[in-house]
Design a protein around this ligand. Structure first.
Ligand SMILES: N=CN[C@@H](CCC(=O)O)C(=O)O
Ligand SMILES: [Mn+2]
Ligand SMILES: [Mn+2]
Length: 328
């Protein structure tokens, strides 16, 4: 259920006459087998990319499979990104990919949780590359396990998503149930859940899920409210949410953006948030310094023409760069 990272993926353009100033990500990404993980070391920030090659959750949720190839294609789209950092500022790691044996989603989520915990324990900033949104249950569980015995351990979840992903999982976990599973785990631990979905599309969520948000006393930001005119208020709202917690886990479901920008997803939507606005809100959250971990979910290369891969890679780039800034 794990693939070691492959140097073969990290290839691209070469500008030999530019020296290090011509370096691209494929020149600098370092590879590590996550099973041999060691301390991140002091000095540079360490960003660890870890894939979650799963569409088992999407399949169980009656969606369009294909997201299992997301991690590979996002990595390929990162190869020719420019390097605007020095080795002493930031190290980028490819830590390989957690895979899912058919039908074994729960086991893969557990493995993912364990690997996320270990990354955090060792001082890495995880960037997880999905995979369907079943990534979030494993990802959150790892963050929870890392923090649970620490004094400041309130975790806020920001989910940029057209969907609540708060469906029942009575017949097993799936791509539409991660946050319901997290809510129930919080309840079992006697904790409150801090969950902020942003970009909820009325067309894409049944009435039952809106009712459920009332039952669970959850708030959300509607797609209709995510406009350029409203961006200051949105940033304030995000800031107020973050001020209530100690750490923030951000998950970006690429279907929060319109299919014009993001066609390669499991469940596309005609109406959606402009990428520029997602970026503004994401940057505001990152600027608080509380973001502990990040993932990209629901990228489905089967329905992509390159647009969604580039978009996903661009968000990964932004988040990685925010880690460099933190240590300056
Ligand atoms: N992660 C995706 N969740 C959506 C999928 C909807 C669809 O396939 O149409 C959901 O369950 O609501
Ligand atoms: Mn989702
Ligand atoms: Mn979604």
């Amino acid at each position: 259920m794990y693939q070691i990272p492959s140097k073969k993926i990290w290839t691209g353009r070469n500008d030999h006459f530019e020296g290090e100033d011509g370096y691209l990500w494929h020149h600098v990404v370092q590879l590590m087998d996550i099973d041999g993980l060691s301390g991140a070391g002091v000095g540079a920030s360490n960003v660890a990319m870890l894939g979650f090659a799963s569409d088992e959750g999407v399949r169980r949720n009656q969606g369009r499979p294909g997201a299992k190839d997301g991690p590979l294609i996002i990595r390929k789209s990162l190869c020719n990104m420019a390097v605007h950092f020095k080795p002493e500022e930031l190290t980028l790691w490819d830590m390989g990919t957690v895979t899912v044996d058919r039908g074994k989603l729960e086991a893969a989520q557990e493995l993912l949780a364990d690997r996320v915990k270990r990354l955090l324990d060792h001082g890495y900033f995880p960037i997880l590359l999905g995979g369907g949104h079943e990534i979030s249950y494993g990802h959150y569980s790892g963050i929870y396990q890392h923090l649970k015995d620490k004094p400041d351990n309130k975790i806020g979840i920001i989910n940029f998503d057209a969907h609540f992903d708060f469906r029942s999982y009575a017949h097993g976990a799936h791509s539409g149930s991660s946050f319901r599973q997290i809510a129930d785990d919080c309840d079992n631990h006697g904790d409150q859940i801090y969950y902020l979905p942003i970009g909820i599309n009325q067309q894409a969520n049944p009435r039952s899920l809106f009712k459920l948000m009332d039952v669970y006393n959850q708030s959300y930001i509607d797609l209709e409210d995510v406009t350029i005119d409203n961006i200051s208020a949105l940033k304030q709202q995000i800031g107020a949410f973050i001020s209530k917690v100690d750490h923030v886990y951000i998950t970006l479901d690429l279907d929060v953006m319109s299919m014009g920008f993001s066609p390669g997803v499991s469940a596309p939507a005609a109406f959606g948030v402009f990428p520029y606005l997602v970026r503004q809100m994401l940057d505001a959250a990152l600027a608080t310094g509380k973001v502990i971990s990040f993932d990209i979910a629901e990228f489905n290369p089967e329905y992509d023409d390159g647009r969604t891969a580039k978009l996903a890679a661009s968000f990964v780039y932004d988040v990685a760069m925010s880690q460099k800034a933190k240590k300056q």
